[in-house]
Design a protein around this ligand. Structure first.
Ligand code: FAD
Length: 441
């Protein structure tokens, strides 16, 4: 109930990602009307997106329709709309469709790829932040193999089969490992006449170590494992420009390639700048300890989009942060509408994990760290548990088992779709940009 009007309060949750879904689940049955709004009609399980791009999982296995999640919750509804702004005076969300009124708003619109203004990067790199980008990248890689099989020019083949991943964080490491296994395993069998000693997977990291959030021993383990899978890791490698057929480095060197996957940075979503709320570094919205925006107490901001100052700086952009914040934002939204005192957010750090491929992973929790088979099994278990939908869990488990026992990737399909273009965020930005950026070398 709204403390002032006496009618049922209305909470609008913007974004059906980890933060939004967990907030809506917590609010359901609370006596409030809940509306979830997202520009897509499905929730994407982003931690497994790289496996879609590496032809390991079907897109539908890591996505779930939002209406299906709340099918049995009578007080929770869904609207598919793209959020463009907020009219804070009238408490309305501005969308590409009708305006949406709210009493209390929970914003969880995620993040987007940060190209740090590197010339040509937004236009020529592949992002890995949405299902559309994952499918586009898979199509592109499979198409390059087909193209390479039809040329006899070795230098052309080498360019087509050089795959560069920029950014040695968990996503870059996971994708580089998965790609190397795809090439040396199933694709080597699919293309017996192609000389796959030409194929390269190159991981570029600007710093002096990969997997920066992990302890030193785990970083060394990961570096060693990647090397054994045939991934070339270049440390201290700063990208200065990306052209359609090459990536150029600060030291003047260049790599001829048609594929640069950009996993080197994330920032708050572009729409955050249109909301009239106080934003911090990287375009994330400042929130206080109750998760309310500093500029408007009726708006909670959670997940990747929120700048929440923890003991060691802003909390990282991780699914558990978004999920825990979603739950507390739900509790606080209810308390706010009931005129009660709000609770402060405390993050429970469950550790971090990353996989490097078959039976190889790193996991750290507090002072405890694992590598190898144990870490890999823990990684598989945690990701299966977090996936939404029993059918998806079963399908993913079968896919993994098939891959493990038969060295087979089931999804080596080229299915062109509208999203078959490089980073969509980059395209939108570049469309508004004058000619000259991202052209030739
Ligand atoms: C490739 C990849 C791998 C990752 N791996 C891990 C991992 O292993 N472990 C981990 O903890 N974290 C991982 N993360 C990070 C984790 O996925 C995010 O921290 C988490 O998704 C954040 O949740 P969120 O709710 O803030 O945003 P999201 O889950 O991104 O959800 C945002 C939602 O908002 C919607 N949206 C965006 N803009 C609009 C708009 N204008 N209008 C309407 N709807 C909009 C989107 O469609 C989306 O559904 C990974 C991320 C990526 C990209």
């Amino acid at each position: 109930m709204d403390a002032h009007s006496g009618r049922r309060g209305r909470v609008v949750i913007a974004g059906a990602g980890f933060g939004g879904i967990w907030a809506a689940r917590k609010l359901s049955g609370s006596g409030l009307d809940v509306l979830v709004v997202d520009k897509r009609n499905f929730h994407t399980f982003l931690p497994l997106l790289y496996q879609v791009a590496a032809a390991e999982l079907e897109p539908g296995q890591i996505a779930y329709p939002v209406r299906g999640i709340f099918r049995r919750k009578r007080d929770t509804r869904f609207a598919m709309a793209e959020i463009r702004g907020i009219d804070r005076q009238r408490r309305r969300l501005i969308t590409d469709g009708p305006e949406i009124p709210y009493d209390c708003l929970i914003l969880s619109l995620g993040s987007e790829t940060n190209f740090f203004g590197i010339p040509g990067a937004a236009r020529n790199c592949f992002g890995l932040k949405s299902l559309e980008e994952g499918i586009g990248l898979r199509n592109h890689i499979m198409s390059l193999f087909e193209e390479a099989s039809q040329t006899s020019d070795p230098s052309r083949q080498r360019e087509l089969l050089t795959f560069v991943v920029a950014g040695g964080g968990p996503t870059g490491v996971e994708y580089a490992g998965a790609l190397a296994e795809l090439i040396r395993g199933p694709l080597a069998e699919d293309f017996p006449l192609l000389n796959l000693s030409q194929a390269r997977v190159v991981l570029l990291e600007a710093g002096q170590a990969i997997l920066a959030p992990f302890p030193q021993a785990l970083r060394e383990y990961a570096l060693n494992k990647l090397g054994r899978k045939g991934v070339e890791v270049h440390l201290g490698a700063q990208v200065s420009r990306v052209a359609p057929e090459a990536v150029l480095m600060e030291d003047g060197s260049a790599l001829a390639t048609r594929t640069v996957v950009w996993t080197a940075g994330v920032r708050g979503p572009a729409v955050a700048a249109n909301l009239g709320l106080d934003t911090g570094p990287g375009g994330r919205i400042f929130v206080g300890e109750t998760l309310q925006s500093r500029s408007d107490p009726s708006i909670f901001v959670i997940g990747d989009m929120a700048h929440f100052e923890g003991p060691g700086g802003a909390l990282p952009m991780l699914a558990p942060v978004a999920m825990q914040q979603g739950k507390l934002a739900a509790v606080n939204a209810k308390r706010l509408l009931a005129g009660k005192k709000l609770k402060a957010f405390r993050y429970f750090d469950k550790g971090v994990m990353a996989t490097i491929g078959r039976a190889a992973a790193v996991t750290t929790f507090g002072k405890v760290s694992f590598t190898g088979y144990t870490a890999w099994a823990a990684w598989l278990f945690v990701h299966l548990l977090m996936l939404i939908g029993f059918r998806n869990r079963l399908a993913v488990l079968i896919n993994w088992a098939w891959d493990y026992f038969f060295f087979e990737r089931a999804v080596r399909l080229i299915v062109p779709c509208m999203a078959d273009r490089r980073s969509s965020a980059g395209f939108e930005r570049d469309a508004a940009r004058p000619e000259g950026d991202g052209g030739g070398i």
